[in-house]
Write a protein that binds this ligand. Structure first.
Ligand code: IFM
Length: 470
């Protein structure tokens, strides 16, 4: 078989490589008003007409809150070694700051203990976008007090679960929280203010550092690992021989990637980012000492990867296709397909290139793919005996090619230690509501019946053997 299309099978991952799946609290839990949970920005946003497709909300989602044992058995049956979940801040500290809701922690303790009892490593993310609404009312991520509040929330979770969680991840995709939340308004809280989005970038980074400091005070598990997850862009210049297009690529890499990774992993704010955004801010909200606070030691750098960006130098003040503040004169070009149901281009080479380039920039860190997967318009079939199935060959092909890309990166010397498929099961896909299905397990939203898709069966073979199956 050709090696050019990333489709070879039979490749073997190194001993100890971690195969997992991932979800996030608001996308699966439901029980939005139970046991003391109060609203997050996503409750407010999804209940605001016109913000989410079909008016969908996470009120019930896939009701993981009431299906914990069944879903943990499902996870176990996949043969994976780790499960990545997130903890809802408004369930644990419903007022954003202050009193800890023990019932919220009881729920997560049940989940973590259930994973450990099934010999599955719990990988916990502390911020997957469900900011308590009460904190947004005080400015949200534009207010540096939110970073300190997050650290206290992290400490409360660490005090209860710090003897057993295997990996702590501070943030998931702060790019989305900052730019989609505060610049283009596609995500909660739906603000469209360029300055606010850059303040959010910094305060999310600060929250990451402060949370690590607090976690380290209370976590007792000896072999624990700390990490952060960014959705780093794999950016290509439309014409690599054109210095203008190459500069557009640099500009987007600064806004999208280095705005996060340089403070987090190097303790510096990229000079070119500051220059590129000087028409918006002088970054004086970055106070003396902040970058040192942000730059805490971590063990793993998480990368979420779905597709690539193709950019060219645009006309003066062009922001075509860009959610980024300051991305003037950058055009995001149409990409060649094929595409997933999200309209995202499928490009496994983008994953390979991203892993290699991230390793080149930050060689001292182990990397882990904390999300990769694809949405397709799945159909459930039922045979004469009533057995349900979902045949999703496109998703299997997508996963195969991206696992091959990951394997090639390892062969090229990238210290990649794990791979989490997004997602365990279909769930609330943010502004797209329940229209887009990323799960390797299908969920019937009327009955909450779970059905493994063919991709789940394929993934089990990989997770159990470490060998990419046919
Ligand atoms: O569903 C999301 C997830 O919450 C964050 N990363 C991207 C996924 C697909 O859009």
């Amino acid at each position: 078989m050709s090696t050019d299309d990333f489709r070879e099978s039979g490749l073997t991952f190194p001993e100890g490589f971690t195969f997992g799946t991932a979800t996030a609290s608001y996308q699966i839990e439901g029980a939005a008003a139970e046991d003391g949970r109060k609203p997050s920005i996503w409750d407010t946003f999804s209940h605001t007409p016109g913000k989410v497709a079909n008016g969908d909300t996470g009120d019930v989602a896939v009701d993981f809150y009431h299906h914990v044992d069944e879903d943990l058995d499902l996870i176990k049956s996949l043969g994976i070694q780790a499960y990545r979940l997130s903890i809802a801040w408004p369930r644990v500290v419903p007022d954003g700051v202050g009193a800890v809701n023990e019932k919220g922690l009881d729920f997560y303790e049940k989940v973590i203990d259930g994973l450990i009892a099934r010999d599955i490593q719990p990988v916990v993310t502390l911020y997957h976008w469900d900011l308590p609404q009460v904190l947004e009312d005080r400015g949200g991520w534009t207010n540096r007090e939110t970073s300190y509040a997050f650290a206290q929330f992290a400490k409360a979770v660490g005090e209860r679960l710090g003897d057993r969680v295997a990996v702590w991840t501070t943030l998931n995709e702060p790019w989305c929280a900052a730019y989609l939340g505060y610049a283009n308004g596609h995500h909660a809280p739906g603000r469209q203010e360029e300055l606010a989005s850059l303040q959010a970038v910094h305060h999310l980074n600060l929250a990451h550092g402060l949370a690590l400091i607090e976690l380290r005070k209370v976590v007792t598990k000896p072999d624990v690992k700390y990490s952060v997850t960014n959705n780093l862009a794999s950016v290509y210049a439309a014409d690599p021989s054109n210095p203008e297009d190459v500069d557009a690529k640099r500009q987007i890499e600064a806004l999208r990637n280095r705005a996060f990774t340089d403070p987090q992993l190097r303790g510096v704010l990229p000079a070119d980012l500051v220059e590129d955004t000087k028409h918006i801010t002088d970054w004086s909200f970055v106070l003396d000492g902040d970058l040192e606070l942000i730059h805490q030691p971590i063990d793993l750098v998480g990368i979420n990867y779905y597709n690539t960006d193709l950019v060219a130098r645009g006309a003066e003040h062009s922001t075509q296709g860009s959610p980024f503040p300051g991305a003037t004169r950058v055009d995001f070009l149409e990409q060649p397909g094929p595409f997933t149901a999200m309209g995202w281009n499928i490009e496994p080479k983008g994953l390979f290139d991203l892993l290699v380039s991230t390793h080149e920039l930050y060689p001292e860190y182990d990397l882990v793919i904390t999300e990769n997967g694809a949405a397709y318009d799945d159909v459930v079939t039922t045979d004469a005996d009533g057995n349900r199935a979902v045949h999703d060959p496109e998703r299997i092909d997508f996963l195969r090619r991206h696992f091959v890309a990951a394997h090639r990166a390892i062969e090229a010397g990238v210290p990649l230690v794990g791979y989490f498929v997004w997602s365990l099961m279909d769930n609330f896909e943010w502004a797209f509501g329940y229209e887009k299905r990323f799960g390797i397990v299908h969920v019937d939203y009327d009955t909450q019946v779970r059905t493994k898709k063919d991709s789940a069966l394929w993934y089990t073979k990989l997770a159990e053997t470490g060998v990419i199956p046919e």
